[in-house]
Design a protein around this ligand. Structure first.
Ligand code: FCB
Length: 444
């Protein structure tokens, strides 16, 4: 008995690994063979950039500003002073020639204390939307992009299911103000990043370190998404509502190691698979979520990288990323792997709704990687469209250097560089490259 086990187990392991290697390939292209100019996009394809309120607006009092203080992080402070300079910043959108712009709404501005609403702040967001439309730029509005009022955080935020009601009421107010002009909505930005960074790694507010809480928050975020989707669609069925989902691949560091495969597949399930299954079945991480099934009109795809996963999965402190030999590490420390975008598109397509690429970009202060980053990722998008994938837009992260959460102002993702001493924005070479690409594809 023992002898046959000793023979059968390794054979089974080897067969499993061979199966996994075939089932989950990790393609790498020889980019020198590829003509990056050979792209085609349909005329209705939309070209955009994305930002988020807490990263650009400035002078916010919310869960993030409190966390910056309590953790001794770099303070977001005045950020890009976008709340005052938004008209000038919209001139940059016009200068780039974008046809779509993804922005987020800051709940703490609209409801600074429970039940007290600020009409002046609603008015500013409303003017922003009018101005975008006047510029023939489609607004894409995100309702929750990592930040919310501090009073709501104190109640437990998304860790308490009963708090979802406050979130829904806020979403309904914003929707009632803007949905006569905004057709495309994202409920929540990157729910897995929000929950894992805030509740497992402790690098985002509230700085918790608990796997159990992380799972609860993940489920509650899906509850919140479903509830908001259902409520907003019943107020106006003509809009399109989705969520912005970070799709990161977890590839085994050593493709021969059963341990690395086990870790990679488990993380992939938690990060990607379980969310997709949730939308298809209405069940997620062991819970049935009312109204979740099919609660998406599009999937927002945020793509940055793949994680090479080994035995030691970091649960705290600095994240250190491995890379393949042919890959470059970006300033953020993760590898540049444009090929992963085509895998992410395939995964997003399995949600069975159209895809909007809601984020993709690179931290690169000297702009030495970004031009190539843009060219490669757009080639991948064009190739996927050629293969028949229904991709409606591409939004580059981001318009201008801004507050990069736990990393503060160190990470520079902007097509425009921002001089923080005087708020002057200067277009980077990659900005003018993006403008040329847009110009050659958009017939105004
Ligand atoms: C994404 C976030 C976005 C920005 C980029 C670099 O995870 O959605 O706000 O910080 O990363």
């Amino acid at each position: 008995m023992l002898r046959s086990l000793l023979i059968v187990t390794p054979v089974l392991l080897v067969l499993t690994i061979l199966y996994l290697r075939r089932r989950y390939p990790e393609p790498h292209l020889d980019w020198s063979e590829i003509d990056l100019q050979s792209t085609t996009f349909p005329p209705e394809f939309l070209w955009g950039v994305a930002t988020a309120a807490h990263q650009v607006e400035g002078n916010l009092r919310n869960n993030w500003s409190s966390f910056e203080e309590s953790e001794g992080l770099e303070k977001s402070g005045i950020a890009c002073d976008h709340w005052n300079l938004w008209r000038e910043d919209y001139d940059l959108l016009t200068e780039l020639g974008v046809t779509s712009y993804r922005l987020s709404i800051e709940w703490s501005r609209l409801e600074p204390s429970p039940g007290r609403w600020d009409p002046a702040a609603f008015q500013v967001y409303s003017e922003m939307i009018d101005d975008l439309i006047r510029r023939e730029i489609r607004p894409v509005v995100t309702l929750h992009h990592f930040s919310h009022p501090e009073w709501w955080e104190k109640k437990g935020g998304f860790s308490k299911k009963e708090n979802i009601l406050d979130f829904r009421l806020y979403c309904e107010r914003v929707f009632d103000t803007l949905s006569d002009r905004v057709d495309v909505w994202c409920t929540i930005n990157e729910p897995v990043v929000f929950s894992s960074m805030g509740y497992t790694l402790g690098k985002f507010p509230p700085g918790s370190r608990s796997i159990g809480k992380t799972i609860t928050v993940m489920r509650n975020l899906m509850h919140a998404h479903a509830e908001v989707y259902y409520s907003l669609k019943s107020r106006n069925p003509d809009v399109r509502i989705g969520m912005a989902k970070n799709i990161t691949h977890f590839d085994p560091l050593r493709r021969w190691s059963p341990i690395d495969w086990a870790a990679a597949r488990a993380l992939d399930w938690l990060w990607n698979g379980s969310w997709q299954r949730g939308i298809h079945t209405g069940r997620m991480l062991g819970a049935t979520i009312p109204n979740l099934k099919n609660s998406l009109d599009f999937i927002g795809l945020n793509y940055y990288t793949h994680f090479l996963t080994g035995l030691f999965i970091p649960t705290a402190g600095e994240l250190k990323f491995a890379k393949r030999e042919n890959e470059t590490l970006t300033e953020f420390g993760y590898p540049q792997y444009a090929e992963g975008l085509s895998r992410a598109i395939r995964h997003a397509a399995a949600y069975s709704v159209p895809i909007e690429i809601t984020e993709n970009g690179v931290a690169d202060a000297s702009d030495s990687l970004r031009p190539q980053h843009l060219a490669r990722h757009l080639w991948i998008v064009s190739d996927a469209i050629r293969q028949g994938y229904d991709i409606r837009s591409y939004h580059h992260w981001t318009l201008m250097d801004n507050f990069e959460w736990a990393e503060g102002y160190q990470m520079k993702f902007g097509l425009y560089e921002v001089d923080r001493s005087n708020q002057v924005r200067i277009m980077r070479p990659s900005g003018s490259l993006y403008r040329e690409i847009i110009q050659s594809n958009v017939k105004r």
